[in-house]
Design a protein around this ligand. Structure first.
Ligand code: ATP
Ligand code: MG
Length: 566
């Protein structure tokens, strides 16, 4: 590639809507442009990176026994009715009608289409297992498209699906994909952590997310320093400390005028927030339910959903406080409380000498003991783990850090095959539903995640395996005949040896060339300048470390080939 001919419109300024490094740098370096909110174009250098990530994914999928197919983006409503997701997916699914007014959805994922394909074309135990994948655009009308490629409305995903005879087969297919995912991210130069995850709208029982640790990540992951426990914070368990507070003598009513929040009352009474019982009122399928958590902890929505067995609940809003005046906003507490259910976090089992709302305006109680002064319907894990909590498996210290979800794998079981009647005949001629798994990698999201992990203030730093080119050939003062000839020769040798080079054949100043090269972030650079005039050497520069070494062009090519494992 010759830079003078390459369509790589770099920008001096960052786009106003770019909040994070990957978005900013991809646009500035001329890899990416926006067409509409969450919808992007990849320019030549950007497209090269995406194709390389795709290539790695394809190799690893094929090696793990999956077969590539190409499925339609436009999917008929009827299939989505069969799984119940035409309703359930809600406004996140983009929908359209054809000229005959038939409904279609633009695929946010493809469980329905693939299940239909398999049920109509495979029927015997001999046909199984089947493992199919595709790499194609997905559409999701996200509530908040943002962060460039990290959360788009049209984006590139690898989605795969396995069909097995039984649970054991499904677990085998799942493990093969799980292992392949690890290899994909490692080869892309993306550091990652696999964590236990919620199954959400996709469904199923067991799931792992592959998280790329990065400050801008929208997820939080909890992981143990001492063992391999790791989970999304939304459902990470943690070991509760023994309640350290001895029994209170008896509840004592204290006047707390206008002190409603835990922070207000705890500073008013001079008691630590963890000695309070926070009593949260939820409306669950139209019934008030009380959830008790320690004053310094937050209840987790996904944990609550699991405990309540429904997603149909909300924290009391103004209208709920008005509708149920027996609960006094700011002064609700468990002593004498009436609610259809009172659920308490595990941490409150046996807690004594606690403070809580008195169910009376401007009053709280102190010296309250669980068991003696109030009882609950059941104890559950409903609060979020945080940095420093004890690991549920080994008791070691857990860390919590932000991460970007780059992939997710699910054991679906019969979630789609049962309603959609994706059946096969077993060895005894008995009809059984196939047992499924589903697996996704956000290809364009991986590209952004890698930059979040690899950049500096000057630009991007591509890992060799997914870089838009292996070598940036940088002749300084290109108008000088000897340097120009040397650069041309090096560039041609690269082509001959199958190494990808970008030749900066522009008559720009050294400053401009270096600044652009830093921004674009090709991992290796061959500078042809003064050294070349002196002794015919070129200077190899490593983008990541800034390391510089003078060597012959031949030695540089050998070194590069070696780094590429060729
Ligand atoms: P998120 O929680 O970030 O919305 P998800 O869990 O809904 O993602 P999946 O259904 O698991 O996403 O999709 C598989 C993969 O596709 C994700 O792991 C992610 O890498 C990628 N992905 C999902 N949504 C987007 C998006 N809006 N933009 C870019 N990539 C996405
Ligand atoms: Mg996911």
């Amino acid at each position: 590639m010759r830079q003078s001919k390459l369509f790589v419109p770099t920008l001096k300024e960052s786009p106003a809507d770019a909040e994070i490094a990957s978005h900013r740098l991809l646009v500035r370096a001329g890899f990416l442009r926006k067409v509409a909110s969450g919808i992007y174009e990849l320019l030549p250098l950007g497209a090269r990176v995406v194709r390389k990530i795709e290539g790695i994914v394809r190799e690893e999928m094929n090696a793990a026994g999956a077969q590539e197919v190409v499925l339609p983006i436009m999917q008929p409503r009827e299939l989505w009715e069969e799984s119940g997701r035409w309703e359930k997916y809600g406004p996140e699914m983009m929908r359209l009608k054809d000229r005959a007014e038939r409904d279609f959805g633009l695929g946010p994922t493809a469980e329905e289409v693939i299940t239909d394909l398999v049920r109509t074309n495979a029927s015997s135990w001999r046909d199984l297992p089947i493992n199919l994948y595709q790499i194609g655009d997905k559409f999701r009308d996200e509530v908040r498209p943002r962060f460039g490629l990290l959360r788009g409305r049209e984006f590139l995903m690898k989605d795969g699906y396995s069909f097995d005879r039984d649970e054991e087969g499904m677990r085998r297919s799942y493990q093969a994909m799980y292992d392949a995912y690890g290899r994909v991210f490692t080869r892309c130069g993306c550091s990652w952590r696999a964590v236990e995850a919620d199954t959400g709208i996709i469904g199923g029982d067991v799931s792992h997310e592959f998280m790329a640790p990065a400050e801008v990540g929208e997820d939080d992951i909890a992981w143990c320093e001492d063992c391999d426990y790791a989970a999304n914070v939304t459902l990470a368990a943690y070991r509760r400390a023994e309640p350290p507070w001895g029994e209170g003598r008896a509840p004592e009513k204290v006047h707390t005028p206008e002190q409603r929040t835990i922070a207000e009352v705890s500073s008013f009474l001079g008691m630590e927030p963890e000695r309070f019982i926070k009593c949260l009122m939820f409306l669950v399928e139209d019934e008030p339910v009380a959830v008790l958590v320690p004053g310094d902890r937050e209840a987790g929505e996904i944990k609550l959903e699991r405990v309540l067995g429904t997603g149909e609940f909300r924290l009391f809003g103004e209208e709920d406080w008005e509708r149920f005046p027996e609960y006094l906003q700011g002064f609700v507490g468990p002593v004498g409380l009436r609610a259809s259910r009172i659920i308490a976090d595990e941490a409150l089992r046996g807690a004594g000498g606690m403070a809580c709302g008195a169910n009376e305006r401007d009053y709280h109680l102190t010296g309250v003991d669980e068991g003696r002064d109030f009882t609950v319907s059941f104890f559950e894990d409903v609060t979020l783990a945080r940095d420093g909590d004890a690991c549920p498996r080994c008791g070691g210290a857990m860390r919590v850090e932000a991460g970007i979800e780059v992939g997710q794998v699910f054991q679906l079981g019969l979630k789609y095959s049962e309603p959609m009647r994706c059946l096969y005949d077993d060895e005894n001629g008995e009809s059984r539903p196939m047992v499924m798994g589903t697996y996704g990698i956000g290809i364009t999201r991986v590209m952004a995640a890698v930059i979040e992990q690899h950049h500096d203030e000057r630009g991007m730093i591509w890992p060799l395996a997914i870089a838009p080119a292996h070598l940036h050939v940088l002749p300084l003062n290109y108008e000088r005949e000897n340097r120009r000839a040397a650069a041309e020769k090096l560039y041609e040798s690269c082509l001959e040896r199958g190494l990808e080079a970008l030749l900066d054949d522009r008559e720009e100043s050294a400053g401009v060339k270096f600044a652009d090269a830093d921004l674009i972030g090709i991992p290796y650079r061959a500078v042809i300048g003064k050294g070349y005039d002196e002794d015919g050497s070129v200077e190899l520069q490593v983008r990541e470390t800034g390391e510089k070494t003078r060597m012959s062009a031949e030695a540089l090519l050998d070194l590069l080939a070696e780094r590429l494992g060729r």
